[in-house]
Design a binder for this molecule. Sequence first.
Ligand SMILES: NC(=O)C1=CN([C@@H]2O[C@H](COP(=O)(O)OP(=O)(O)OC[C@H]3O[C@@H](n4cnc5c(N)ncnc54)[C@H](O)[C@@H]3O)[C@@H](O)[C@H]2O)[C@@H](O)CC1
Ligand SMILES: Nc1ncnc2c1ncn2[C@@H]1O[C@H](COP(=O)(O)OP(=O)(O)O)[C@@H](O)[C@H]1O
Length: 287
Amino acid sequence: MIQPITYQFVQGCFPKRDSAAHKYKNGFVTTFVGSFQYPGAARLCCHAAAQAGAGGVYALLPESLWPLIGSIPAEVIPYMIKEHDGVLSIVDSVENFLVIKEKSSAILLGPGIGRHASLSNLLKSMLSMTELPCVIDGDGLSILGQLGENFLIQHSHGRWLLTPHQGEWQQLLKSFEYNPALSPQELAAKWGCTILLKGFPSHIYTVDGQIYVNTTGNPAATTAGCGDVLAGLIAGYLAQGLSPDQSACVGIYLAGQAADRLVATTRRHSVMATEILAELATNQLTK
Ligand SMILES: NC(=O)C1=CN([C@@H]2O[C@H](COP(=O)(O)OP(=O)(O)OC[C@H]3O[C@@H](n4cnc5c(N)ncnc54)[C@H](O)[C@@H]3O)[C@@H](O)[C@H]2O)[C@@H](O)CC1
Ligand SMILES: Nc1ncnc2c1ncn2[C@@H]1O[C@H](COP(=O)(O)OP(=O)(O)O)[C@@H](O)[C@H]1O
């Protein structure tokens, strides 16, 4: 049965914060997002994860982004990775990843990292070295396609959440040599991971066969960067202890609702990713 995501459902999922809370109890996110080509992806993902309430956000960033560090939110803790001729040092990346993942409770990989051949080994190492729940989006999905279906099945164990748009989904199926019409419901169970298939409406397919359908959102949010905000939000909730299914439902509902409010108040046909963030900062969830 397909279950609509409702206000009550989302409200019931929100993390509770008690008086003994401190930042490490609230959960940190380790992010590997953005590149010289896509600095905005780093900015949007990290901002969204912090705003969702993660205790902190670590960002593994290529050293070429250092001149732009001022555009990354001040709350984010950067770990700059050495590069040789524009290629990230695998040793440096993995060393830093090992340090910060120990202090984290969720990982976000992929948006805006690019698709350089060397990233395949890098992502493989990171994904093999952690048991933490992990959101994989954007270029991370393309690289996952190269790593193969068996790698996904062997490592996901219900902890990974894939957030493709239709283009990324079709590409992933092609990489795994699947019929493009294959049901995401069957694949979520086979792969052992949650799949959030973005579109209108967006659907969430869980490992145990449940399907959720989002009830918020509109095409105004089909602008570059809105997916990065969504991925960051989801990772932020994942870090605070929500399950991959809950994090996906909460993230997509909130981002869609923010876009709905913006369209209703501005009467515009289009919204920007930074406007979604600003809207969520003022109104997280409305009835
Ligand atoms: N400000 C930034 O730095 C931004 C960085 N981004 C990153 O840029 C990288 C490339 O992202 P792209 O999404 O452009 O990937 P691609 O460069 O692979 O483009 C997507 C392809 O899929 C096709 N497609 C089919 N259905 C689609 C759908 N529903 N939505 C989108 N495309 C569809 C498109 O026609 C296109 O050929 C990703 O890592 C992404 O995270 C983007 O999120 C945009 C913003
Ligand atoms: N047809 C649609 N109608 C409404 N919302 C959509 C539609 N397609 C995508 N979305 C939403 O718009 C955002 C865009 O995501 P995505 O395409 O991944 O953008 P990007 O990767 O460029 O940031 C997501 O929040 C997604 O849920």
